[in-house]
Design a protein around this ligand. Structure first.
Ligand code: IPE
Ligand code: IPE
Ligand code: MG
Length: 275
């Protein structure tokens, strides 16, 4: 396999050292999901049109994908277009579609050479024919790759995902193949568009907004959240490293206690005393 060259630059020794440090200082999240926000405001702040922000945002996608692969992240999910984004002016929507097609044309081969698998979640049937064709080709080309799975959320929303899962489960019940009392967390997880993907460990949102905007609503139950003021076109690998450092400092308790053995002993003694 060739060295990863998505950004067409040679990785510096300094960057390699930083990644190595990060790998030693704690766990690298297995799945990172990103709400890539702030392209329009970034462009406006430069006196440019919104589409320019989306274009430079593609460079961030490339840099973050490359650095995630290098770090050993296994799943990277990018919120690229939400169900609600269809409500934007048609010129912007068309511009985004064109950008998607041209980026896929440029990058598909590159992703493949770097052993990255491309998948999508969302209502792809709402996309124009040329977009779907380009996506399908890239998905097929990269289907056996296993270094990193890059999942693009396109025409996606968490509520849409849950609604679709409910419809599928309701159909099983209607056809007499499922007893409703057997419906549980795992069954719902298995009927979502992300059934093959583990829940995100870390969710990043750029642009200083503190909301989820209908992203992976079910899947984020125990994800660590990291919000940054940076607009997406400025979010490059150094910012990703900051987010991972923050992730490594979190105490993920999943509703339980992060007690050491000694603390367990103390708790048992306390309970005994209370008896
Ligand atoms: C994120 O940037 C990209 C998409 C939602 C498609 P925005 O286009 O939302 O940029 P802002 O948030 O308006 O600055
Ligand atoms: C979220 O950004 C959707 C994507 C990044 C694709 P938006 O810009 O659409 O979200 P809001 O409107 O700020 O909540
Ligand atoms: Mg936005």
């Amino acid at each position: 396999m060739k060295n990863l060259t998505l950004t067409n630059t040679v990785q510096t020794q300094e960057d390699k050292d930083k990644q190595c440090e990060l790998q030693k200082s704690g766990e690298i999240p297995e799945h990172i999901a990103i709400i890539m926000d702030g392209n329009g405001r970034w462009a406006r702040s430069k006196g440019s049109i919104r589409l320019h922000g989306h274009k430079v945002g593609v460079d961030s996608v490339r840099d973050i994908t490359e650095s995630c692969a290098q770090l050993g992240v296994k799943y990277l999910t990018l919120y690229a277009f939400s169900t609600e984004n269809w409500g934007r002016p048609s010129a912007e929507v068309r511009g985004l579609m064109r950008l998607l097609v041209s980026s896929l044309r440029k990058e598909a081969e590159n992703l493949h050479e770097n052993n990255i698998r491309l998948v999508t979640i969302g209502q792809l049937d709402r996309f124009p024919e040329d977009c779907r064709k380009e996506l399908q080709e890239a998905i097929e080309l990269t289907q056996n790759n296993d270094r990193l799975q890059l999942c693009l959320a396109l025409s996606y929303s968490g509520r849409w995902d849950i609604t679709e899962a409910v419809k599928k489960i309701a159909t099983h019940v209607k056809e007499g193949r499922l007893d409703p009392s057997l419906i549980n967390d795992q069954m719902i997880t298995d009927h979502l568009s992300t059934a093959e993907i583990p829940d995100p460990d870390l969710i990043i949102r750029t642009s200083g907004e503190y909301r989820i905007s209908n992203f992976l609503l079910w899947q984020l139950a125990y994800s660590e959240l990291y919000m940054t003021e940076q607009f997406w076109p400025d979010f490059r690998r150094e910012e990703l490293y900051k987010a991972i450092r923050s992730f490594q400092s979190r105490d993920r308790r999943f509703g339980k206690l992060s007690t050491t053995k000694d603390e367990n002993g103390l708790a048992t003694r306390l309970v005994d005393k209370l008896k």
